[in-house]
Design a protein around this ligand. Structure first.
Ligand SMILES: [Zn+2]
Length: 492
């Protein structure tokens, strides 16, 4: 059943998603550090430094886009934190355990463990795992948060969590055939790296241990997505140029390559795709300067308190995604979106402010009195052959327009990424993002002064590198949203 020895026509694909892998620090590490595995992959593959990742640049949105080949207007998972109008509540898949406590742990845990994959991720779109299943092919999902497939599986909630949270011992879900989700669902009998203090297996060593279990048992399926989460926190803490985390990931890659008879055979027999998930921008050291307190900016509007949930007196809901924010008006007659826009414009650390009105997307920024408007279809064509009608000052989005062609500057795939975010879910909201150097702060959400952060619209957050070996085939365009089609074709 399982494709072990692969003929040249049907090589299996092993995709390793390295959280927060970025081009510049990787280039520096290749020059200055000893990172034999990355070096080996580099010497034998094609390297793409700037693949465009979706906005907001947060893992759940990125993974949903990778797996479905769609932006959030189609896949329906807008961000890590968002407001679900139909249920009148804030969804938070887990920025910080304190946020989850305030939102009610069991509900939030169920959002992350079950609803994200089985309800929020639009059933009308198919994941790579679902497509492969329909083609009679096999796949593995090792630790990504988004993993919907066609195979029924049970998540077993550790006793220690159940001690604090009223949640069933087992949660049924549908995933890839080979499925790892920390200690909650695993393949190997090993307990190492999956204790409470190892975040229950949501770490690089555990992902590697579980994937090499498949290698050891000759069970590598047609497609494997292996997620290594750890580097995110190194960069948050130490800043974008952190290379220690890259050395650690190199050790993880060495362990993976060592599980094959030889590194040569590993590369000869499989297609490897190493890819980041989002970039990060530096955050200034001085906390007062670096942190943009969204609650202060929106004064005197009444903002929903996380602990209390949406209250009848509330006027706005804030969904904080680190360097971006979704701000919802609960009643546009009471608080028109333009009121929120005017308040955001008062802070010159805010880079982009966008909202939807009468079919048009409106964009403005603090440095600009003018606005820019756009909508789908029209005379103008962008770098990805998407067509648009545009009006107003294009410099707000750093667009370079020559005759009918639109080229992007600091905000890659700016139009489609904003358009999809503003069409990803119900509600009247403004989306905003801060300049490099800054981060939003709110009721709790973690902050990273002197380090780095993501979630933003800027290219710093939006460009990820990709390294491919074992094929000369190149995706249609260098956007994460275009990889699914290419990956499925690699296996044909
Ligand atoms: Zn992060």
């Amino acid at each position: 059943m399982i494709n072990v020895s692969s003929s040249p026509s049907s090589k299996s694909v092993i995709m390793i998603m390295l959280d927060t892998l970025m081009d510049k620090p990787l280039q520096r590490a290749l020059k200055e550090e000893r990172i034999p595995a990355f070096t080996y992959f580099m010497e034998h593959g094609n390297y793409f430094s700037n693949v465009v990742t979706p906005f907001p640049t947060m893992s759940v949105n990125v993974e949903s886009t990778l797996l479905t080949g769609q932006y959030s207007d189609q896949h329906g998972v807008p961000a890590l934190v968002w407001y679900k109008k139909e249920e009148n509540r804030i969804i938070n898949y887990g920025t910080h355990v304190m946020d989850l406590m305030k939102l009610g742990l069991s509900k939030s845990m169920y959002d992350a463990l079950y609803r994200l994959n089985n309800e929020h991720l639009n059933k009308q779109v198919k994941t790579i795992h679902e497509d492969l299943h329909e083609q009679g092919k096999h796949s593995a999902s090792i630790n990504p948060l988004v993993h919907r497939g066609k195979t029924p599986q049970k998540l077993t909630i550790p006793r220690f969590i159940r001690y604090f949270v009223p949640i069933d011992k087992q949660v049924e879900t549908f995933t890839a055939e080979k499925f790892v989700y920390g200690r909650l669902s695993k393949l190997s009998p090993l307990k190492k790296y999956s204790r409470v203090w190892n975040k229950y297996g949501f770490n690089n060593n555990f992902s590697v241990q579980e994937f090499t279990h498949l290698v050891d048992h000759n069970e590598i399926p047609d497609f494997s997505l292996v997620y290594l989460p750890d580097h995110d926190k190194n960069v948050h803490k130490n800043g974008p140029m952190d290379t220690k985390g890259i050395k650690d990931m190199d050790k993880n890659l060495q362990t993976i390559l060592d599980s094959f008879p030889t590194w040569e055979e590993a590369l000869k027999n499989y297609i490897w795709i190493l890819i980041g998930d989002n970039g990060q921008s530096h955050v200034k050291k001085d906390r007062r300067q670096a942190m943009v307190d969204i609650r202060k900016l929106l004064l005197p509007l009444k903002i929903t308190k996380l602990s209390r949930g949406v209250h009848k007196d509330d006027q706005v809901v804030v969904a904080n995604n680190l360097r971006s924010c979704l701000i919802y008006s609960l009643n546009t007659e009471d608080v028109p979106l333009t009121t929120i826009v005017e308040k955001l414009k008062e802070d010159d650390r805010v880079e982009i402010i966008a909202w939807k009105m009468n079919d048009w997307i409106h964009v403005t920024s603090t440095n600009n009195k003018d606005t820019f408007h756009f909508k789908e279809d029209g005379e103008m064509k962008d770098e990805y052959n998407q067509t648009w009608s545009v009006d107003g000052d294009p410099s707000i989005l750093d667009l370079h327009i020559q005759e009918h062609n639109i080229h992007f500057g600091n905000f890659p795939d700016a139009l489609k990424r904003l358009h999809s975010t503003l069409h990803s879910h119900q509600g009247n909201f403004v989306v905003t993002s801060v300049k490099p150097g800054y981060e939003f702060s709110g009721e709790v959400t973690p902050s990273h002064p002197g380090g780095a952060s993501h979630g933003g619209f800027h290219k710093n957050d939006s460009h990820i590198p990709m390294l491919v070996t074992g094929t000369e085939s190149i995706p249609e365009s260098l956007r994460l949203v275009d990889l699914k089609k290419w990956i499925l074709n690699l296996m044909k």
